[in-house]
Design a protein around this ligand. Structure first.
Ligand code: NAP
Length: 272
């Protein structure tokens, strides 16, 4: 058995011990960008603990694949296409969720792009706008759409997927890092505003996690050798290791946590 599989089994066993299949019973969770990577792992973690999950991404084929995978795990799932950068898609996602699931309790705002690698001063206005619009504005606008429906349910939980680069920028990824810092700020700003409505707002700041998106980092031996020197746990993370943090933040076990972003990086130590 590979050490990766052993780790994954250990993680799943721990997850099952701490949270049961009924943790999110009767709850509806919308996870954006959830046909692959961290979003899919978040949908899986929430679904395994009883939530009806609504998965989406830009491609119908990817949505179909993710729905089939989750259904095979006996997870209650609804799927649709949604490009979070498009207002009509965001509205369609929310309406479909209301029509098919009857309400919304959880939002995981997960989508991000990185459209540029290089000196920040060489970023064009278009690149800057696309990064901030997809990574920050779309998450905020999704929040605006779902909050009235969470209020109707008596409360809810929102998680923004930030990054350790929001705390400590990685060179070459300037606009992306700025967008991830903005999510730390958005989390802090919304938490006190939404607390009276019994809605908690938190974030997760992953380190390097083995996904398609970050493959230019974890497949680069030189980068990883340097990066691992800064870690206590000297490896890249797995998507399940972020899905479980997201599911914890959405659960009643985190009922006294709001405005917080949890670093899950193997000990990158980017904050006190
Ligand atoms: P990933 O494996 O590439 O998955 C991205 C998912 O989002 C896919 O399902 C993709 O499907 C969908 N997607 C992409 N653009 C979209 C859009 N405009 N609208 C809707 N869906 C879209 O990425 P990931 O690594 O899991 O990253 C997820 C989040 O984690 C991002 O916010 C990223 O910044 C953050 N993060 C990742 C790492 C890491 O090391 N992986 C570290 C820190 C933070 P389609 O292509 O079908 O749309």
């Amino acid at each position: 058995m590979s050490s990766r599989v052993k780790r994954s089994l250990w993680t799943n066993t721990l997850g099952q011990m701490r949270m049961s299949q009924s943790t999110f019973s009767g709850k509806v969770a919308v996870v954006t960008g959830s046909t692959d990577g961290i979003g899919l792992a978040a949908a899986q973690a929430l679904g395994q603990r009883g939530a009806h999950v609504v998965v989406s991404s830009r491609s119908q084929a990817n949505v179909d694949k993710a729905v089939a995978l989750l259904q095979n795990q006996n997870i209650r799932v609804t799927g649709t296409t949604c490009n979070v950068g498009k207002g009509e898609d965001r509205e369609k996602l929310v309406q479909l969720t209301l029509d098919q699931c009857g309400g919304i309790d959880i939002l995981v705002s997960n989508v991000a792009v990185n459209v540029f690698f290089g000196n920040t001063m060489d970023t064009t206005e278009e690149m800057w706008d696309e990064t901030l619009s997809t990574n920050v504005t779309s998450g905020f606008l999704m929040t605006k759409l779902v909050v009235p429906h969470m209020v109707k349910r008596g409360g809810g939980s929102i998680v923004f997927v930030s990054s350790i680069t929001g705390y400590q920028p990685i060179r070459g990824l300037g606009p992306y890092c700025v967008s991830k810092s903005a999510l730390l700020g958005l989390t802090k700003v919304l938490a006190p505003e939404l607390a009276p409505s019994n809605i908690r707002v938190n974030g997760v700041a992953p380190g390097v996690i083995r996904t398609q998106f970050s493959s230019p980092l974890w497949e680069n031996e030189d980068f990883m050798n340097g990066f691992k020197k800064r870690l206590s746990i000297k490896r890249a993370g797995e998507t399940e290791e972020i899905g479980s943090v997201i599911s914890f933040l959405c659960s009643e076990e985190a009922s006294f946590i709001t405005g917080e972003t949890i670093e899950a990086s193997g000990g990158f130590n980017c904050r006190l």
